[in-house]
Design a protein around this ligand. Structure first.
Ligand SMILES: Nc1ccccc1C(=O)C[C@H](N)C(=O)O
Ligand SMILES: [Zn+2]
Ligand SMILES: [Zn+2]
Length: 208
């Protein structure tokens, strides 16, 4: 039997959001009493809240929208590696890990220590990761922080180098309870035709 492990961050009132961005809100906008039959919910949120994927349109006006992304990359074998305790991660840091023959790589940085608050500093990826990961055949990268770049970055070098190397970005996964190793990842974006990204329900399944 395969075990399913949730690596999504719960979406609820007060969930940390990017400073200045739209706060998360869920409300029943039409109650069962009002409609006579059902409770109907209304959701307001920034797409970059909790566990989500970025579409290239997020940082490139000409980039693809979420509907145009390669859906098969969000389902399949993935390797979790632990790189806790680093302020940033570049090709040099990744050389210590066996990531050959892997399409999906999830990096545990453990640098978002209080999930109740938006972090002030995170482990970020350096600009040389794009070509290095592409050379290894990686097509999707997942991180346990709100961004692959430093929080105050305007150039977004990691986003751009990943995109330039055709590597899809999954952000804000929760890997605190995950042991490094191989799993099956499922983290499907919603079919949002115009969007710059999408929240996802991300899970890992053990391969045994
Ligand atoms: N929501 C924001 C508001 C302002 C400035 C950046 C963001 C981001 O979301 C950037 C981050 N790299 C992200 O993809 O989640
Ligand atoms: Zn994002
Ligand atoms: Zn991002």
């Amino acid at each position: 039997m395969t075990t399913m492990i949730d690596i999504s961050r719960p979406l609820q009132t007060g969930v940390p959001t990017w400073p200045g961005d739209t706060p998360f809100s869920y409300e029943v906008s039409w109650t069962k009493e009002q409609s006579g039959s059902v409770n109907v919910g209304k959701l307001t949120m920034s797409i970059h809240t909790g566990t989500h994927v970025d579409a290239p349109f997020h940082f490139d006006n000409e980039g693809r929208k979420v509907m145009d992304l390669d859906m098969e990359l969000y389902i399949g074998p993935a390797r979790v590696i632990d790189l806790s305790g680093k302020s940033s991660i570049g090709a040099e840091d990744l050389k210590a890990y066996d990531i050959d023959g892997i399409t999906r790589l999830l990096i545990r940085t453990n640098s978002w220590s209080n999930p109740q608050e938006f972090p002030t500093e995170i482990t970020y990826l350096r600009g040389d990761v794009g070509p290095y990961l592409a050379e290894k055949g990686i097509r999707l990268i997942g991180v346990d922080v709100p961004s692959v770049d430093p929080l105050d970055s305007k150039e977004l070098s990691a986003h751009h180098t990943l995109h330039a190397n055709d590597i899809h970005i999954l952000e804000g996964i929760n890997l605190a309870h995950i042991a490094p190793g191989d799993y099956e990842l499922i983290a499907l974006p919603l079919p949002l035709v115009e969007a710059d990204g999408s929240p996802v329900r991300a899970i890992l399944r053990s391969l045994k």
